[in-house]
Design a protein around this ligand. Structure first.
Ligand code: 3HC
Length: 311
């Protein structure tokens, strides 16, 4: 890219301007956006699977209706994000095929199973809590369509987190068996939720450039720390114990010291060796194959409309 154009572009970013799809942008900026927005969209869609598993198993009609609404919201979040990615010149078909071919990722968290109803509480409380931590700053990202999608998505995320926390509150103040289930869910979802923020800053290959381009507004460790600081008091309020014996308040830094996730496990999950990777991709592949006739029918109809003689 032409150094002058790059400098002018960076000046726009530094001035807090929004970059719109039809405006000039460095190829690296476009590529990074397609990667991040595409994987964000994949995360929303694959993220429906662990929760969808419990829609028919919800303990009450009210919980079923709430969970159904949340899972439907996630489909809409995926739609906004795929549409934002399409403005960069990549089709939803290409993004889906890249996902199914293992060439694109989705958030590691969705490769863990939801074994009990308390897991649905932990997912809303911790996973959507972490997603909010990550998505709120992204409302100020430099790419217009992504920023506007984030603003819309963030309005719905707080409901997702609150309904999850309310399930945890109900279980944590319930019978002994329910309290045990709530603690078991926290034990299994705590570290995978910390992994959602990405590898440690030392291992984050994209952070520096993504922050310069305001495609990322904070580093991975910054957001992870904020998440721990906000969530530990909530666990204490629930009477649950965070599964980290080294967790302790550090008055000097004004935050908690905590144990890092098992990064070997993280990179194994990213390589496809997590508990549910195969199952999740198989579900997406089946949905893609089973929906082919609908897509073909829509395209045939559109082609007929297009070629229909104008009166
Ligand atoms: N799961 C899967 N892959 C991850 C990951 C995770 N938790 N964390 C990092 N990675 C990948 C990165 O994508 C990158 O691989 P790639 O080059 O093939 O894309 C590699 O690990 C190195 O990590 P970096 O920190 O260098 O990468 P990024 O700068 O892209 O940071 C990120 C990773 C923080 C996830 C960033 O991409 C981001 O903020 N993305 C937008 C938010 C997002 O995708 N959130 C998903 C959460 S789920 C969700 O929001 C749904 C909600 O409804 C629950």
């Amino acid at each position: 890219d032409d150094p002058e154009k790059l400098a002018a572009f960076q000046a726009r970013i530094d001035a807090g301007e929004k970059i719109e799809p039809k405006e000039w942008m460095p190829e690296g900026y476009r590529k990074t956006l397609i990667r991040q927005i595409g994987q964000h969209a994949h995360s929303e869609i694959v993220g429906q699977l662990p929760e969808g598993n419990w829609i028919t198993r919800a303990p009450s009609l009210e919980r079923k209706a709430i969970l159904l609404a949340k899972v439907q919201d996630e489909a809409g979040h995926g739609l906004y994000l795929y549409c934002a990615a399409e403005t960069l010149g990549v089709s939803r078909d290409e993004l889906t095929e890249a996902l199914l071919a293992g060439k694109m990722k989705y958030s590691s968290i969705f490769n863990y199973p939801t074994l009990t109803w308390a897991d649905i509480g932990a997912v809303g409380w911790l996973v959507d809590g972490a997603a909010i931590m990550n998505q709120v700053p992204l409302q100020r990202t430099s790419f217009g369509p992504y920023s506007r999608a984030m603003i819309r998505i963030c309005k719905e995320e707080s409901f997702h987190q609150r309904q999850g926390f309310d399930i945890m509150r109900k279980m944590a103040t319930g019978t002994k068996a329910q309290r045990h289930m709530a603690q078991d869910a926290l034990n299994r979802f705590w570290y995978p939720s910390l992994m959602m923020f990405g590898p440690s800053d030392a291992d984050s290959v994209h952070s520096a450039q993504s922050i310069r381009w305001k495609i990322k507004m904070n580093t991975n460790d910054e957001l992870r720390q904020k998440f721990v600081d906000q969530t530990v008091p909530q666990a204490e309020y629930l009477g649950l114990t965070v599964p980290d014996p080294d967790l302790r308040w550090n008055a000097d830094k004004g935050g908690y010291d905590f144990s890092e996730p098992d990064w070997d496990e993280f990179f194994e999950v990213l390589k496809g060796n997590g508990p549910c990777n195969t199952e999740r991709l198989a579900a997406r592949q089946k949905a893609w194959d089973d929906g082919a006739w609908v897509r073909d029918g829509l395209m045939a109809h559109a082609a007929k409309q297009h070629s229909a003689p104008v009166a």
